[in-house]
Design a protein around this ligand. Structure first.
Ligand SMILES: *Cc1c(COP(=O)(O)O)cnc(C)c1O
Length: 232
């Protein structure tokens, strides 16, 4: 098995090639390493290999990892992103300990995050999760409701609205990604967006071709996940 260091390099190469193919600079795509289900030692290893941003899906699992890494020299300066669903009873701790929340899909959650974000901290970076495929079963706000939610979130003092996040269904065609990019660009000027988060291990090339500025990669960096997941 290859090392985390080698896997990270391979992912960076994929990003650079996809960016070049789209006549974009590789630095225009931020890599978030999604470490859910993988332990703190692997996060430390990736951090030591130069990876800065890490994504987690489950709040309690993430907090345990943050605690485990607190004294770890290798884990200095990690930027934590919540990419999984957020329930309102977790907003206080999430606002205090994460740097980004990519899964905001309601004004209620956004207000609670803003109220809980400490004055001593920089505003919490947030993305609105969009349900681009329009499926009832997936989370995220419907495309037609993004503008009004953006206006609501933009007005909250302790949040910094950065853009949109989506999880296109596996095998989605280019039109889905383009739809999201169109939505993003349509709101970019009005809301000062600089982040379009889409693309995972299997679709990062597709997402970068259609304008992703942030990709969230788990499997290609850390290997396959265990099926059983800890409780959120
Ligand atoms: C698990 C997860 C990822 C990473 O998926 P891979 O296919 O392992 O790269 C990205 N984004 C979200 C929201 C996830 O839940």
């Amino acid at each position: 098995m290859r090392s985390i260091h080698d896997n990270l390099q391979a992912v960076r190469d994929r990003i650079a090639r996809a960016a070049a193919a789209a006549a974009r600079r590789p630095e225009s795509v931020t890599l978030v390493a999604v470490s859910k289900t993988h332990g703190a030692p692997l996060v430390a290893e990736a951090s030591a290999a130069g990876q800065r941003a890490f994504g987690e899906n489950y709040v309690q699992e993430a907090l345990d990892k943050m605690d485990a890494l607190r004294q770890d020299e290798n884990a200095r300066g990690i930027e934590w992103h919540l990419v999984g669903p957020l329930q309102s009873n977790k907003t206080r701790v999430v606002a205090a300990r994460f740097d980004w929340v990519q899964s905001v899909e309601s004004g209620k959650i956004a207000r609670r995050l803003s109220e809980a974000r400490l004055e001593a901290q920089a505003p919490l970076n947030v993305l609105l999760q969009v349900n681009v495929s329009g499926e009832a079963t997936k989370s995220g706000v419907m495309p037609g409701e993004v503008r009004s939610l953006a206006a609501e979130v933009k007005a909250l003092p302790r949040l910094r609205l950065r853009g949109l996040m989506a999880i296109p269904e596996p095998g989605a065609d280019a039109a889905r990604y383009r739809e999201l990019n169109d939505l993003y660009r349509g709101l970019q000027g009005e809301f000062g967006f600089d982040t379009l988060s889409m693309g995972m291990t299997d679709d990062m090339e597709q997402a970068i071709a259609q304008g992703a500025t942030m990709v969230r990669i788990g499997t290609a960096i850390f290997g396959a996940r265990q099926k059983i997941r800890p409780a959120a």
